[in-house]
Design a protein around this ligand. Structure first.
Ligand SMILES: [Zn+2]
Length: 323
């Protein structure tokens, strides 16, 4: 029998990744194209279509493609547009869903990558059966998907739930959004690097980090050094977790989740980030919420959650799954 699949697409600043995904989360075919080769969105969509059709024709197995789900920065679930995404080369307001549907002749749905990740966890991960939870994606920035009463919160304009840009520190670090002290300037791969270098300038303790230039530093290395007992690495995680936990305590008061999932390079540090975050969240929580909320790494930590989440979005739109 020809398997029914949807196309899950994750549009990033450098690459656009995609995969054919069935209802159970099995990815049959995965690939990527450049996000920067086509200055016009129309050219990009044509290239994506041609590339996909050519690769499908070459596969031994045939698939029935029934829909397309897309995770993209600054995308709007309601209007199907991508609006002024700082990391993408296409500027202004793009009628993305309309252009995609014209090209592919299939139903297309779009949301931001963190909302897609939350849906991925709901359909294919450990959020199955949970009606209230929070997904935090820790990449270059901090993304968040809020699920309340069984559904993603999109808000009145489609952009609700940007926890990366709540204020974590008064007059704090400059953020790419133009504000100061946003949570993602502290809690993200870039944020923890900035913390490491800040600690190196204020502390005189010896550390392996003193030999490493800023652009060579990856979260993986910070984790490895924390494991080996480096005091700067341990302090950096402690400070990052403190700020994340304090913000999460506020978010808990707003939406009452039963579990909080962390995803991304920094989440792979597991206990190094989870333990201080949990301690700080509990300390800052309104007492009635204490000792009720788990903070865990995503079950899809080693899988392509962005593609799986975009696929989950499409399956949900097609009403072929209940989540
Ligand atoms: Zn910001």
């Amino acid at each position: 029998m020809t398997p029914e699949v949807v196309l899950g697409i994750d549009i990033g600043g450098t690459f656009t990744k995609f995969g054919l995904v069935d209802k159970k989360g099995k990815i049959y075919h995965e690939d990527q194209i450049s996000s920067t080769e086509h200055p016009e969105i129309e050219g990009f969509i044509k290239a994506l279509h041609k590339y996909l059709m050519d690769s499908l024709a070459k596969l031994d197995r045939k698939f029935k493609l029934v829909g397309i789900g897309v995770g993209a920065p600054n995308s709007n679930y309601y209007t199907g547009t991508i609006e002024d995404a700082a990391n993408l080369i296409w500027k202004g307001k793009i009628a993305f869903v309309e252009l995609m549907e014209e090209q592919f002749g299939l139903p297309v749905v779009v949301t931001n990558d963190a909302n897609a990740a939350a849906l991925g966890e709901m359909l294919f991960g450990d959020a199955r059966g949970l009606d209230n939870f929070l997904m935090i994606t820790l990449g270059t920035g901090l993304g968040s998907g809020l699920v309340v009463n069984g559904d993603i919160i999109y808000g009145s304009d489609g952009f609700a739930g940007e926890l990366g840009h709540v204020r974590a520190v008064d007059d704090g670090r400059q953020c790419g959004c133009g504000k100061r002290g946003c949570l993602e300037t502290y809690v993200s791969a870039t944020g923890i690097k900035r913390t490491v270098f800040e600690l190196l300038s204020t502390e005189s303790i010896d550390s392996e980090f003193r030999k490493i230039p800023f652009n060579k530093l990856k979260p993986k290395l910070i984790t490895a050094l924390a494991e080996s007992g480096d005091p700067i690495a341990m302090k950096a995680f402690e400070r990052t977790g403190f700020l994340l936990g304090r913000s999460l305590a506020d978010t808990v008061a707003h939406i009452g989740p039963s579990r909080i999932f962390l995803f991304g390079g920094l989440a792979k540090a597991r206990k190094w980030i989870i333990d201080p975050t949990k301690r700080s969240m509990e300390e800052h929580l309104f007492p009635i919420y204490r000792n009720k909320i788990d903070i865990v790494a995503s079950a899809l930590l080693t899988r392509n959650i962005a593609v799986l989440g975009a696929a989950a979005l499409s399956w949900k739109k097609l009403h072929q799954v209940t989540i």
